[in-house]
Design a protein around this ligand. Structure first.
Ligand code: SIN
Length: 282
C-alpha cells in the first residue's frame, strides 16, 4: 500500500519494515495510527528508530492496538505493571527469549503482539531475528498441508525440553521473576492457525512451547514438531533487527516467531516489553 505519513524501509524479502516518521511519544493522529496498523499487518514486524519513551508513553502506544496483558512470570514495573524489563547484565550467562517461539503460545488467548523498546544495548550483538510463519506454511507441499489440517498442538509453559521455565528463570538472569503458580499452564491450539485480520494461514508450532500433538505420543509428535520448527525458520522466511538505544519493535505473534540472539557475553542489554491481548487461535 502507499503510505502518506510513513517512510517505509523494508528489512528483507520475507518480512519486517522500519517505519520512519512518527514520534511515538506524542499522541498519534488516527490517520498515522491506521497506517502503522496497516504496516503491522503488511510486514509482520514493524520497527521504529530514535524514540524516547517512558513506560507510560510506551503503554499508551501499545493500547492503541488493544488492551494489554500482564506477563505472569516476571515482576512488572512498579509504576506500570503491564510492562517489564528484559535485562541481561555483564555477569548473566543466559538470555531471555533465546529460542524460536511465538510469545505465550501456552496461554488460552496468547498475545496478539509484543512491543519491545531498547533502553540499553550492547556495543556489538544482541539482535533479534524474526520468521514469517505464513510464508513457511505456504511453502509446504499440498500433501503436508492436508496432513496438518485439524492437527492440534499442546503448548506448555513448562518448557520440558529445556529443563523447566521456573528453573530457567531462577538461574538465568538478573531479571525479577514472579513466584507464579502458572508455570505448568497448557493450551491446545491448531498447528495451522488462520490470522484473524488477514485470513491467511500460518504455522503455529515451536520446540520451546509445543510439547506434543494432541492424541499422539511424544515419540510420534516430536519428529513432526522438529521438522516444522526448523522449516518455519529457514533463512528465506526471516529478517534480523539490529537494536540501537531508542529502537522500538512490534511483532505479530499470530504470524511471526522470534529469537533473541545471545552473542554479547560480558555486555548489558536492557529492554522494556509489553504484550497486547489476543484471541484464541483458530
Ligand atoms: C522476547 O522473547 O520477548 C525477547 C526478545 C528480545 O529480547 O529480543
Amino acid at each position: 500500500m502507499g503510505y502518506q505519513t510513513l517512510d517505509v524501509e523494508i528489512l528483507s524479502g520475507a518480512m519486517g519494515a522500519v517505519l520512519h516518521g512518527p514520534d511515538l511519544s506524542a499522541e498519534l493522529s488516527n490517520r498515522t495510527f491506521d497506517e502503522i496498523h496497516q504496516a503491522f499487518l503488511d510486514h509482520g514486524a514493524i520497527f521504529f528508530r530514535d524514540q524516547n519513551l517512558d513506560p507510560h508513553q510506551q503503554i499508551a502506544f501499545g493500547r492503541r492496538f488493544g488492551p494489554l496483558l500482564v506477563y505472569p512470570f516476571m515482576e512488572g514495573l512498579r509504576e506500570a505493571p503491564e510492562a517489564f524489563e528484559i535485562l541481561k547484565t555483564e555477569t548473566d550467562t543466559k538470555n531471555f527469549g533465546g529460542g524460536w517461539h511465538s510469545d505465550m503460545a501456552y496461554a488460552e488467548t496468547p498475545p496478539l503482539g509484543t512491543m519491545l523498546y531498547a533502553i540499553e544495548v550492547p556495543e556489538t550483538g544482541g539482535d533479534t531475528m524474526f520468521a514469517n510463519t505464513t510464508l513457511a506454511y505456504e511453502a509446504l507441499s499440498d500433501g503436508m498441508k492436508g496432513m496438518l489440517d485439524g492437527v492440534i498442538g499442546v503448548n506448555s509453559a513448562a518448557l520440558k525440553r529445556s529443563g523447566g521455565r521456573a528453573a530457567s528463570f531462577k538461574t538465568a538472569t538478573a531479571m525479577k521473576s514472579k513466584n507464579s503458580d502458572q508455570f505448568d499452564m497448557e493450551a491446545e491450539h491448531p498447528i495451522v492457525r488462520t490470522h484473524p485480520e488477514t485470513g491467511r494461514k500460518g504455522l503455529y508450532v515451536s520446540r520451546g512451547h509445543t510439547a506434543r500433538l494432541k492424541d499422539m505420543t511424544e515419540a510420534e509428535s516430536n519428529p513432526l514438531i522438529e521438522y516444522l520448527a526448523d522449516h518455519c525458520v529457514r533463512p528465506e522466511f526471516t529478517c534480523r533487527f539490529h537494536w540501537e538505544v531508542g529502537s522500538l519493535a512490534l511483532w505479530d505473534n499470530r504470524r511471526v516467531k522470534h529469537f533473541a540472539i545471545d552473542d554479547y557475553p560480558g555486555q548489558r542489554r536492557r529492554m522494556r516489553r509489553l504484550t497486547i491481548e489476543g484471541d484464541r487461535p483458530v
